[in-house]
Write a protein that binds this ligand. Structure first.
Ligand code: BMP
Length: 224
């Protein structure tokens, strides 16, 4: 687990002013994750605005890509220049899909994060039954990061134990979805992804600072 901020802000509100929001958060988060709601509503211009405001923070494109390789590469080509990390689903598999995407991202100096399991209950229906296959895909593909649910910390722990420290684990589900700040870090995650508890707070900056404090407290307790 690296030192420094362990919070990634998920910017899912298309009505939010991304530039000022990112500017007010950039020194208390390690990065910003932008997904469908903002990209569908505002297009690539939103990423331009974010890139300008975010300083050195990581910008993560969360389109949860799940297509044939050539089409995922086309999407990544559009994102190139604006983002540092691209998220894809693991269930599309290696051959003809993630192998091509990974090769392209490596060539362009971009990072891949793979969804391994999800924070909602329906993840039990498919993803969680295939965790062994997902783990062997991760070991073969060696993405930069894994997205794993803070709401089920035993999955985070299992990925960390089985796969070692090579991969960053990014854990959503803190706050609005019920997981307690710091709980995923204690289970072995590197970063906690938080959306609504920051972005929809009256003062997002204060909310992020409170989350950081809660993370630190939790880490102190779980390391004691
Ligand atoms: P919130 O903190 O508002 O619940 O937002 C969580 C963020 O993490 C959202 O952007 C969502 O798309 C993402 N996410 C998730 O909640 N569960 C997952 O399994 C994977 C995700 O990317």
């Amino acid at each position: 687990m690296g030192e420094g901020p362990r919070l990634i802000a998920a910017l899912d509100n298309p009505r939010a002013q991304l530039g000022p929001l990112a500017g007010s958060l950039r020194d208390v988060v390690v990065g910003f994750k932008v997904g469908m709601p903002v990209l569908v509503a505002k297009g690539i211009g939103a990423l331009r605005e974010l890139r300008d405001a975010a300083g050195d923070s990581l910008i993560i494109a969360d389109l949860k890509l799940a297509d044939i390789g050539d089409v995922m590469v086309r999407t990544a080509e559009v994102l190139k220049g604006y983002v540092d990390v691209v998220i894809a689903h693991s269930f599309v598999g290696h051959a003809g899909a993630l192998d091509k995407l990974k090769e392209y991202l490596d060539r362009e100096g971009l990072k891949l994060a793979l969804v391994t399991s999800m924070s909602h209950e329906g993840s039990y229906e498919f993803y969680d039954r295939e965790l062994i296959s997902v783990e062997s895909l991760v070991a073969r593909l060696r993405p930069w990061g894994l997205v794993a649910p803070a709401t089920r910390p035993w999955i985070v722990r299992r990925l960390r134990d089985d796969l070692g420290s090579e991969f960053r684990i990014l854990a959503p589900g803190i706050g609005t979805q019920g997981a307690v700040p710091g709980s995923a870090l204690c289970a072995g995650a590197d970063y906690e992804i938080v959306g609504r508890s920051i972005v929809e707070a009256t003062n997002p900056r204060v909310a992020a600072e409170e989350l950081l404090r809660a993370q630190e407290e939790a880490i102190k307790r779980c390391r004691a």
